[in-house]
Design a protein around this ligand. Sequence first.
Ligand code: SF4
Length: 374
Amino acid sequence: MTTTKTADVEGTLSQIYALAGAGADIVRCTCNEQAAAEGLAQIVPRSPVPIVADIHFHVEMALAALEAGVHGLRLNPGNLRKPEEIKLVASEAKDRGVPIRIGVNAGSLHPDIYERFGGATPEALVESARLELAYFQEVGFEDVKISVKASSVATMIGAYRLASETFDYPLHLGVTEAGPLPGGLLKCTAGIATLLAEGIGDTLRYSLTADPVEEAKAGRQLLEVLGLRERTGLDLISCPSCGRAEVDVITVANEAQKALSALDIPIQVAVMGCVVNGPGEARHADLGIAAGKHRGHLFIRGQIIRVVPEDEMVEALVEEAQKIAKEGIEARLAARDESAEAAAAADRAELLDVKGADANNATQVIERIRRRSE
Ligand code: SF4
């Protein structure tokens, strides 16, 4: 959702473009006053993605937004309460073929429903959506999407589970007022990912107190990590580091993330702290580097292709990622340095010699445990 004044056409469009570039497929703008509706009339034809007008309190703003040509409306049943007005908007939207989201929010639940259910419970949120839906159905309007957001992750999950059993309409997921980073990200992810993993949800929004581009990025990334969207950029995996690490994994991983993100290549890259376990544990990665003996073992799908000095690890990753993007994985495997595997094996053997294959001395510990029980 944009954070600019919608009347500021150029500012809002600039944010819409930034959001679309970060992965947003739909953008919502507030339509809270006449100037906002007039702004929408200029924004909609120039927007790269469909625009939804967010409507609270003012039915006339919903009608004005429809006149402005928006692709969708979001109505809050908690503050648009007159049945005749709701039906008027639904009829007008039906005539124009514009969908409406019934956007229930725990924080602005209709007071009667709040009282009847003893609070903003999952049942209360779903009841609010059901009542609004009944008005829509009275005028034969079916082009509906429903959301039942709450700032409590547990309430939100319960409400969406109930909504998915109650309605046969698409659901828009969100944890509302989730807060700033990083806690907000965690709350949104906990709620949205849980539901998506259960097969619930059709669209989503991260509601963060942050630049909305962060919301779009997070949403896109969540869909990618759940395998619901094809990866468009970098997926950097890195080990958590441990006593075996031969390098400062945090620094190298952060530097690699920064350098590789800028390339905009859909690739999975691994940064691993040691050559003993790294290449094997990250053998599924397209490309990776593991540290050992002041050198980096560069590998593709687990096969060592080059050994580079430690201070050139990030540079080597960037260079190889670019070559993979241009030539493909197989060609880069074929072009590997034939002596790399032997050099890497020598490093691994030396490290195992120093630290031992059993870094935790488990064999001796087990012996001691057995002796105790004899
Ligand atoms: S890859 Fe090596 S350094 Fe990283 S966690 Fe695994 S054993 Fe530890």
